[in-house]
Design a protein around this ligand. Structure first.
Ligand code: MN
Length: 151
């Protein structure tokens, strides 16, 4: 029931919201029966080399600009690790992290205990604890990561 792409004639509150995001993200708005839906069409992507002492690149595609959360969320991102790449072992100081595996096979180190994760697995690293994640499969490892500011 999408009736068209609207880039103007938006309610004022959405225009203001959009202006903040436009620094890094591009949105389209669709009018549906349920109301206005925001579609982010271009995302900020961070590529970290050997992140936390890991191997290769950690790619983070930010789903929305974290500014919309007013400081409560540090990042909400789709993380991509190519085969053989890893995000090294690190401690979460002041943040927690929830990871949801979308695709691939991961070797996950939870405070020194290793487990293999596949699609559908969810792991939680509370504030003050440590973890690492490595793509040990043949396909790209895709995961959603939510990093919450705990302090
Ligand atoms: Mn982490």
């Amino acid at each position: 029931c999408v009736t068209g792409v609207q880039t103007c004639a938006l309610p004022i509150f959405l225009q203001e919201f959009s202006l903040q995001l436009r620094i890094l993200f591009q949105q389209q708005y669709f009018i549906t029966k349920e109301g206005l839906v925001m579609i982010v069409t271009e995302r900020k992507t961070d590529i970290f080399e050997r992140r936390a002492g890991g191997k290769g690149n950690t790619i983070m595609e930010h789903i929305v600009d974290e500014k919309v959360y007013g400081g409560k969320i540090a990042a909400y991102a789709r993380v991509i690790l190519k085969p053989g790449c890893s995000l090294g072992y690190h401690k979460h100081e002041g943040t927690s992290e929830t990871i949801y595996i979308l695709q691939g096979t991961a070797l996950y180190n939870d405070n020194g205990t290793e487990n293999t994760l596949t699609a559908g697995a969810v792991v939680f690293c509370p504030e003050g604890e440590s973890h690492s994640i490595e793509n040990i499969g043949q396909d790209d490892l895709l995961a959603m990561a939510l990093i919450v500011n705990e302090k």
